[in-house]
Design a protein around this ligand. Structure first.
Ligand SMILES: Cc1cc2nc3c(=O)[nH]c(=O)nc-3n(C[C@H](O)[C@H](O)[C@H](O)COP(=O)(O)OP(=O)(O)OC[C@H]3O[C@@H](n4cnc5c(N)ncnc54)[C@H](O)[C@@H]3O)c2cc1C
Length: 384
């Protein structure tokens, strides 16, 4: 039985504990038997299931309802413990619609958010470009005003849900061409809009729908602009402040699952006339895994609690993401080691986790980028 003590931490309200326990029971019954051969179909099915189960409504805000970062984090942690693709399906509904929840007009919120929550629409977030990943302010995709529309030209890459999404929140340069965070705006682009195509599907080590997008004279109604022209960088960063913290939470779910697997294996594996768990070297490893997870969880839920309290959490979200993703990678690696040869057999849970954790140290800002964010916040602080 996985550790649930953290649900009693003071960051949470009683409804959070109830939510996490109810989701755990639901997930045990409804997910876990995923057909890994067709990730598009599996992902669509998961979005539908999560919508029908009522879980996706926690991924959105809008209509006077604030985003509940702690609920999003607990849901991601719980789903990641059961199945990485289920966490992905939930997370992308939130990340893909986050800009609309936080900055969308009433008409945009009404059109998209209920359908995201029911699972009838699949969402995507399109910020990265071939020449603008970590250096996101270098993005070059352009949006030119033309009457009652904007015309988009350029490429986006590494776009999760690319190919299966019903709409994409796309960040493009409306101001002076060139670099910098000023002059970027956010738009909603519906799948099937003329001039918008999926240029390439991308395979990764833990498969999920992923694509490069191409915009070529793509006309988007001016009403699809999110917030004001030129606000796009702020929109993107505010969305990431919520979802970066939730990437940390997903890492915790992967790490806790790895620890559970390692504990069970250590108790059962007979060697040298004892069990693996009887050796102090093993015990030290298990103790370090559990301590690392709790330290990362404290940072994660601190950031979520602060954000729900209306505080700016750029530094805290970066600390949480950095620590939780790096710790989870170490915990999962230690679990693979405890499993011996069995740990690298395709399909073994710890082998799957080993592949699933890797990208989390890169996307939504690589660990190096999180370090830079933390340092920038420190140096800009009072007394600087
Ligand atoms: C599986 C997956 C899903 C993704 N989903 C999405 C999505 O849905 N939407 C979206 O917009 N993007 C998405 N991304 C893109 C992701 O955010 C970028 O991959 C990430 O920002 C890094 O950009 P890059 O790949 O261009 O690497 P680069 O920018 O080329 O960076 C390469 C490496 O350089 C190092 N580095 C970076 N900055 C510094 C520095 N200042 N000093 C020293 N070292 C540094 C880091 O180790 C980094 O990993 C996804 C990526 C992956 C892998």
């Amino acid at each position: 039985m996985a550790d649930r003590d953290y649900l009693d931490w003071p960051f949470f309200e009683p409804r959070h504990r109830a939510l996490a326990l109810a989701l755990d029971a639901w997930a045990a019954e409804h997910i876990g038997h995923l057909d890994g051969n067709d990730v598009d179909a599996a992902c669509r099915a998961l979005v539908a299931q999560l919508g029908q189960g009522g879980w996706l409504r926690h991924a959105i805000g809008g209509a006077g309802q604030a985003i509940d970062t702690r609920a999003i984090c607990l849901i991601r942690e719980t789903l990641a413990r059961h199945a990485g693709l289920a966490d992905f399906a939930f997370a992308m509904q939130g990340l893909g619609s986050g800009a609309i929840s936080l900055f969308g007009s009433a008409a945009q919120q009404e059109r998209y958010l209920p359908r995201v929550a029911s699972g009838d629409m699949i969402a995507a977030f399109a910020l990265s470009e071939p020449q603008a990943g970590s250096d996101v302010a270098a993005l070059a995709c352009a949006a030119r005003r033309d009457g009652d529309a904007y015309v988009l030209d350029g490429d986006k890459t590494w776009i999760s849900n690319g190919g299966i999404a019903d709409f994409y929140v796309v960040f493009a340069r409306t101001g002076e061409s060139g670099r910098g965070s000023k002059g970027i705006s956010a738009f909603i682009v519906d799948a099937g809009t003329p001039g918008f195509e999926i240029a390439e599907r991308i395979d990764v080590i833990a498969p999920h729908p992923l694509a490069r997008l191409r915009f070529d004279g793509c006309r988007v109604p001016a009403a699809n602009l999110i917030g004001e022209e030129g606000q796009g960088f702020k929109v993107a960063m505010a969305t990431l402040d919520v979802f970066r913290t939730s990437v940390a939470a997903a890492s915790l779910g992967f790490a806790r699952r790895a620890l559970d697997e390692a504990l069970q294996r250590a108790r059962e594996r007979a060697m040298f006339g004892k069990h693996l768990a009887d050796f102090q070297l093993t015990q030290a490893k298990l103790a370090q895994m559990a301590t690392g997870i709790d330290a990362a969880a404290l940072l994660t839920y601190r950031a979520a609690w602060m954000r729900d309290g209306g505080k700016r959490v750029t530094k805290e979200a970066a600390m949480a993401k950095l620590t939780a993703t790096e710790t989870a990678q170490q915990v999962i690696d230690a679990a693979v080691q405890l499993f011996g040869g069995q740990g690298v057999v395709s399909g073994e849970t710890v082998e799957t986790l080993y592949r699933e954790i890797r990208a989390l140290r890169i996307y939504e800002g690589a660990s190096e980028v999180q370090l830079l964010i933390i340092a920038r916040e420190l140096l800009a602080g009072e007394g600087a």
